[in-house]
Ligand binder design. Structure first.
Ligand code: SF4
Length: 258
């Protein structure tokens, strides 16, 4: 028997995407938060541009769960930036996700404390994909800050995407999908948001320190990530099987107020 559920909502990703292409990100976030209520979370790496999405979300609900992957390899500047953003925006529910301690210990041992150098795919799998996968089991939807213009691998993302999640459906919301880096910079300036210390030093996309370099002029925003390798994604945006054709699906919404 389903618990505490009173209303079933129909999600038609095709219709929503047509509509949301013309909407502001704030409108999309509000729709997502009001639709999924306690069953939605946002992921954030607290890098320089993350601050725009976090700010938009904080104006809608400071209690929205924000999932942060604590890999143990972040720049100290990122951790300081995270604390500053939490304080400034009053975020109440930032949750750190960590690797399974045993898996991480074995990984570090096998690769002499440098798994990112010898096996970055496995390093990302254990430190990012697995903890996120575990955490998402508690949600029906998640909000991500990825954008089409960040890289070739992201240019086909949709604003609302539907995934298979072991017998149930899960939705991923990308409110900034059609925003550019210029749009984000404009938003940051307009709202006078805090700046990541590395942002002015050529770091356009900031991840773990062993796998992040400044970007060369004219290159993809994400070209500084795993530079010199074939790797372009850590896996958290690609590990779920996306549905090829959007379908109308029923989701359950908590509460009986509507
Ligand atoms: S980005 Fe690099 S250091 Fe971070 S989890 Fe992936 S391989 Fe490891």
């Amino acid at each position: 028997m389903e618990q505490g559920l009173a209303v079933a909502k129909k999600i038609n990703t095709e219709e929503l995407n047509a509509r949301f292409e013309k909407e502001q990100p704030e409108t999309i976030i509000r729709w997502a938060v009001e639709t999924f209520r306690s069953k939605i979370a946002m992921t954030s790496s607290f890098q320089s541009e993350s601050v725009a999405l976090l700010h938009m979300a904080s104006l809608i609900d400071v209690n929205l769960p924000v999932l942060f992957l604590e890999t143990g390899f972040h720049f100290k500047e990122t951790l300081a930036f995270k604390n500053e953003v939490i304080r400034r925006f009053g975020l109440k529910n930032v949750i750190e996700l960590k690797a399974d301690p045993k898996r991480r210990e074995e990984l570090m041992k096998e690769y002499h404390n440098e798994p990112y150098r010898h096996n970055p795919d496995l390093c990302c799998q254990i430190n990012k994909v697995e903890p996120l996968d575990r955490a998402l089991k508690g949600y029906d939807a998640w909000i991500s800050g990825i954008r089409r213009s960040q890289s070739k691998t992201r240019r086909d993302i949709q604003i609302v995407e539907e995934y298979e999640e072991k017998g149930r459906n899960m939705f991923k919301i990308n409110p900034l999908a059609n925003s550019t880096s210029g749009d984000i910079r404009w938003y940051i300036e307009q709202h006078q948001l805090p700046k990541h210390e590395l942002a002015g030093m050529g770091y356009l996309s900031i991840g773990c320190w062993p796998c992040t370099k400044p970007v060369q002029p004219g290159d993809d925003e994400r070209s500084g990530r795993w530079a010199g390798r074939d790797k372009t994604e850590c896996g958290i945006h690609t590990f779920k099987a996306k549905k090829e054709k959007p379908k109308e699906k029923e989701i359950k919404e908590e509460g009986s107020g509507i």
